[in-house]
Ligand binder design. Structure first.
Ligand code: ZN
Ligand code: ZN
Length: 205
């Protein structure tokens, strides 16, 4: 009898914290390790690394189905387990209303904007980037490695299998706006990036 009580107590402690994606209703979470580097883009599609390289010092969590990045009440990215566990415990049960209450309306997360003021001069053939959101001129190439992650009532964490293949996107270093358009969604190919830069940023010298 006592034994049985102990078991159910243990099961109670290992109760999984449920997640319901406010965008798509998905129930699985990815933990992302985010690597990014500053890049310079050239007319011929060549991409050269810039001056800075960052190891996986950023963690993000997203819905595993639609990749919606999990953000707190202020739309800032949640980056650590205790904060995410708190969020899961308090998350709204019903789906949130659409965009106006989710970020700034374009579905992207907020970031404390910090434009660099020491952007080096353009080299020959190099394309200029000017962020349409903040005017920042430094572009990042971002790589994500995603793994299924599960959180439990007792605060423990378990990992599932890794997402098949990393994925990449480009963003403004200053405000973290991820480059996207109606036709392509988020850019994942240098060719798309090059034609977008040529069409949307002033390339006159
Ligand atoms: Zn989702
Ligand atoms: Zn920006």
């Amino acid at each position: 009898m006592e034994e049985k009580n102990r078991t159910s107590e243990l099961e109670q402690q290992k109760k999984k914290l449920t997640f319901e994606c406010p965008k798509c209703g998905g129930n699985a979470i990815f933990e992302h390790l985010v690597n990014y580097e500053n890049i310079y883009v050239f007319e011929d599609g060549e991409i050269e690394p810039g001056d800075e390289w960052y190891e996986s010092d950023e963690v993000e969590y997203s819905c595993a189905d639609c990749f919606w990045t999990i953000v707190d009440e202020g739309d800032f990215i949640i980056r650590d387990e205790p904060s995410l566990i708190r969020w899961l415990r308090n998350q709204p049960k019903a789906p949130m209303p659409a965009s106006s209450e989710m970020g700034d309306g374009d579905g992207q997360v907020k970031w404390e904007c910090d434009p660099q003021d020491d952007i080096p001069d353009l080299e020959s053939g190099q394309l200029r980037f000017v962020c349409p959101k903040c005017g920042g001129e430094q572009l990042d190439d971002v790589n994500h490695t995603a793994t299924y992650v599960f959180f439990f009532e007792d605060g423990s964490v378990e990992y599932g299998k890794a997402y098949g293949g990393d994925y990449e996107h480009f963003r403004c270093n200053a405000c973290r706006w991820i480059l996207e358009d109606e036709e392509h969604g988020q850019f994942d190919e240098p060719e798309i990036l090059v034609s977008w830069l040529q069409a949307n940023c002033d390339q006159s010298r």
